[in-house]
Ligand binder design. Structure first.
Ligand code: URA
Length: 275
């Protein structure tokens, strides 16, 4: 797996240096082939499935092939028909579209005053694997999509490094509106918004949740310690296995953290493909 790690390290350096053009190719065939080889070798002496035995790894989830096509566009819910009133209570939503509608024009916390767009989250609505970040940054606030800036590009590379496509996972945040200046969301902002994330997770029913950084981990895991202690350890949210790891923005500032993240990603892959 050393080659895959070194490739990931190069990508991290490139993104840190602002060489975003490197990330424009949706798939890197050389890296993909290296991942294939490395994972097949690894599976010979561990109980990890070879990549070729995992259809999901190439973006097809066995749970719903039809839904596996991602919205790479902002998720636009359909307007309810007839006289149906838009309910704003997340707990009564029966699907992600109706949940998103309940956020329209949300003013539950002061972040509405400075946001441009609500960033609901996007991806495979029946994903086995869900990544949870902290809150939208400037790029996400502009585009309405989670993790599309530099941290998002790195997250894509990290996901692909274990042979999983970004299209096959779901990505969302603890809060749906950008905190000004990218400050961490306050406790009140989190409390106002988190019922939407909880409902999102209930509707998606993933096999595994990955929290990115302190805010996501402490919000979803009661009595969680700091990310330094929590990362790479199996926790749970409502009975669903959860693994915390460092936030990709932390990686962009502290490249030493790539090795632990890489180890966490291998654990994530093992947990996901346990029979
Ligand atoms: N950081 C986050 O936590 N979420 C995003 O969507 C982007 C950056």
């Amino acid at each position: 797996m050393d080659l895959v790690f070194r490739q990931l390290e190069m990508k991290l350096r490139a993104i840190s240096n602002g060489m975003n053009h490197l990330m424009l190719e949706p798939k890197d065939p050389v890296l993909q082939a290296a991942i294939e080889r490395a994972l097949v070798c690894e599976s010979a002496d561990s109980d990890v499935l070879p990549l070729s035995a995992v259809p999901y790894a190439h973006g097809r989830t066995p749970r719903s092939t039809a839904l596996a096509s991602i919205n790479s566009q902002p998720h636009t819910p359909s307007v309810p028909e007839g006289d149906e009133k838009v309910d704003s209570d997340p707990s009564s939503a029966t699907n992600l579209d109706s949940l998103k509608l309940r956020l329209l024009n949300c003013t539950r916390c002061p972040l509405w005053e400075t946001r441009r767009t609500i960033v609901f989250g996007q991806g495979n609505q029946r994903a086995d694997l869900v990544f949870i970040g902290e809150g939208p940054g400037a790029d996400e606030d502009k585009s309405g999509l989670a993790f599309v800036g530099r941290a998002g590009k790195l997250l894509t590379q990290i996901i692909q490094s274990i042979g999983i496509s970004r299209e096959s996972v779901y990505i969302a945040n603890i809060v749906k509106c950008r905190p000004p200046g990218n400050r961490p969301p306050s406790d009140d902002e989190i409390s106002a918004c988190v019922p939407f994330l909880c409902k999102q997770l209930e509707l998606i029913e993933p096999k595994l949740i990955v929290t990115l950084g302190n805010v996501a981990t402490k919000t979803l895991v009661p009595n969680a310690e700091g990310i330094m202690r929590m990362r790479g350890k199996l926790a749970s949210w409502n009975g669903i296995p959860l693994i915390p790891t460092f936030h990709p923005s932390h990686l962009l500032r502290h490249t030493w953290a790539l090795k632990p993240v890489w180890n966490d990603m291998r654990l994530i892959r093992q947990q996901l493909f346990r029979s």
